[in-house]
Design a protein around this ligand. Structure first.
Ligand code: NAD
Length: 420
C-alpha cells in the first residue's frame, strides 16, 4: 500500500494472514494489544455475563472487505461471516463502485418507535384524544427515564396515536418516537414505554398490554447510492443483462427474498462484527421490504444516460456504537476501530453501502457467469478441509477439485490420499 491512506488493496486475498493483519493494523492505527485480539477468543467471564447458561464460545471467521470508498472516505470493512465468497464479492463490487467515485449516502435522525398497546377502553376516540392532549406530560415523563440521552440531544421527541380494528374490538396503539443518538435504543425505548404505561391507563381508564419498541424502524432510514462503471462490468450488454435479472426481484417475492438475502449477507456480517443485534436488523429490513403491501427488493437499479448502472438501497438500520454488546465485546470495539467510525450514523452509512455492494455482486454474477463458479472455487477449500486436508494440502486439493469442476467430498478424499 502507498503512504496515502486507501482501502484499495490489490491481491489482498493472496497474502498470508499475518500480512493482511499488518495492512489492517497500519490502515487503522491499531496498537499491539488490539492487533493480538485477532487471534484471541472472547473471555469466558465476559461471555458468562452476556447470556445465560454459558458453556463456551462459538467462533465464526472475521475477514475484511477492501476497496470501499464511501462519501469520499476509505474504509476497510470488517465482516464476521461463515459463508464463502461473500467477502470477496463485496470487495470486488466496491472496486467497481470506486471508479465513478464510490458510495454516497443519506441518513435520517436515529428515531426509534416504542409501542404501547391499550385495550378495554369505553370509547376509542375519546381515549386517543386524552392521550394526544397530554402529549407534553407524556414526553416529559419519558425523558425523565434517560437523562444521558436527553443531554446528548436525543430523547423522546413525539407521540402518535393509532386506532386499530382487531378481533378484540378497537385497540389503541400509542407510538413514542425517541431519538436514541448513538445507541440501538431497544432498552432506552422499552424503559420509556414501561414508564408511560400507568399514565396512559390513568388518562384513558384502559389497560396497557404490550409495551416494547418496534423493529420496523421506518423513521431511522439509510440510503446508499453508487454508479457501477459499465466498462468495468464488461460493457453495456452486461448492464442490460443485470437489469433484466434485477426486474424479477422488483415484481416477484420469491426472487425478492433471495435478492434481499444477498443484501443481508453483507449487512449482517458487519452488524455481527460490530456487536449489533442482527435479528433486529433482519426483522426491520424484511418488514420494510413489504411496506407497500407486497414484499419487494430493498434495492433499485437503473441505467444512467451514459449506460452505467446506478444502484440504490434504502433500509431501516437500528444500530449502535454504544450499549448492547457493542462496547462489551472486545472484537466489536476492534472492528469499530478498523472502520474508524465515531457515530452510529456513520456506521449505518457503511452498512447500507456494504449491503448494496453485496447485492450488486450477487446479481452481477447471476446475470453473467452464475454464482457457482466463484462460489465453488472458495467452497472447494471447505470441502478439502472436510476431507481432512491440512496446511498446504488444502490449496492443492481445492485447486484440483476446481480444475476437475467436481467439488465433491468423495473426490476430495481420493485426491488427498493420492497427494499423501
Ligand atoms: P443500552 O441500554 O445498553 O445503552 C443505551 C444507553 O446508553 C442510552 O439509553 C443512554 O443512556 C446511554 N448512552 C451513553 N452514551 C450514549 C450515546 N452517545 N448515544 C446514545 N445513548 C448513549 O442499549 P440500547 O441501545 O438501548 O439497547 C440495545 C440492546 O437491546 C441490544 O443488546 C438488543 O439486542 C437489545 N434488545 C432488543 C430488542 C428488540 O430488538 N426487539 C428488545 C429488547 C432488547
Amino acid at each position: 500500500m502507498s503512504d496515502e491512506k486507501t482501502s484499495k488493496v490489490s491481491g489482498f486475498y493472496k497474502l498470508p494472514v499475518e500480512k493482511r493483519v499488518e495492512i489492517v493494523k497500519n490502515f487503522s492505527g491499531l496498537n499491539e494489544e488490539e492487533t493480538k485480539l485477532f487471534s484471541s477468543y472472547l473471555d469466558m467471564e465476559i461471555a458468562d455475563s452476556m447470556i445465560e447458561n454459558v458453556l463456551g464460545i462459538f467462533e465464526i471467521p472475521l475477514g475484511v472487505a477492501v476497496n470501499f470508498l464511501i462519501n469520499g472516505k476509505d474504509y476497510l470493512v470488517p465482516m464476521a461471516i461463515e459463508e464463502s465468497s461473500v467477502v470477496a464479492a463485496a470487495s470486488n463490487a466496491a472496486k467497481i463502485a470506486r471508479v465513478k467515485g464510490g458510495f454516497k449516502t443519506e441518513v435520517s435522525d436515529p428515531l426509534m418507535i416504542g409501542q404501547m398497546q391499550l385495550l378495554h377502553v369505553k370509547d376509542a376516540a375519546t381515549a386517543a384524544k386524552n392521550i394526544i392532549d397530554h402529549k407534553k406530560q407524556l414526553l416529559d415523563l419519558a425523558n425523565q427515564q434517560d437523562k444521558i440521552l436527553v443531554e446528548l440531544g436525543g430523547g423522546a421527541k413525539d407521540l402518535e396515536v393509532r386506532i386499530l380494528d382487531s378481533p378484540l374490538g378497537k385497540m389503541i396503539v400509542t407510538h413514542i418516537i425517541v431519538d436514541v443518538r448513538d445507541a440501538m435504543g431497544a432498552n432506552a425505548v422499552n424503559t420509556m414505554c414501561e414508564a408511560l404505561a400507568p399514565m396512559i391507563e390513568e388518562l384513558t381508564g384502559g389497560k396497557i398490554r404490550l409495551k416494547i419498541l418496534s423493529n420496523l424502524a421506518d423513521k431511522r432510514l439509510v440510503r446508499a447510492k453508487t454508479v457501477f462503471d459499465k466498462e468495468k462490468m464488461g460493457g453495456e450488454k452486461v448492464v442490460d443483462a443485470f437489469l433484466e435479472s434485477y426486474i424479477l426481484a422488483s415484481i416477484d417475492p420469491y426472487r425478492a427474498a433471495t435478492h434481499n438475502k444477498g443484501i443481508m449477507n453483507g449487512v449482517d456480517a458487519l452488524i455481527i462484527a460490530t456487536g449489533n443485534d442482527f435479528r433486529a436488523i433482519e426483522a426491520g429490513a424484511h418488514a420494510y421490504a413489504a411496506k407497500d403491501g407486497h414484499y419487494t427488493s430493498l434495492s433499485k437499479y437503473h441505467k444512467d444516460k451514459d449506460g452505467n448502472l446506478v444502484g440504490e438501497i434504502e433500509l431501516p438500520l437500528a444500530i449502535g456504537i454504544v450499549g448492547g454488546a457493542a462496547n462489551i465485546h472486545p472484537k466489536a470495539r476492534l472492528c469499530r476501530k478498523i472502520l474508524g467510525v465515531d457515530t452510529a450514523k456513520e456506521l449505518a452509512e457503511v452498512v447500507a453501502s456494504l449491503g448494496l455492494a453485496q447485492n450488486f455482486a450477487a446479481v452481477f454474477a447471476l446475470s453473467t457467469v452464475g454464482i457457482q463458479k466463484g462460489h465453488m472455487s472458495l467452497h472447494a477449500k471447505n470441502i478439502a478441509v472436510m476431507a481432512g486436508a491440512k496446511g498446504d494440502e488444502i490449496d492443492k486439493v481445492a485447486n484440483q477439485l476446481v480444475k476437475e469442476e467436481k467439488v465433491k467430498l468423495d473426490r476430495a478424499k481420493e485426491i488427498l490420499e493420492k497427494i499423501r
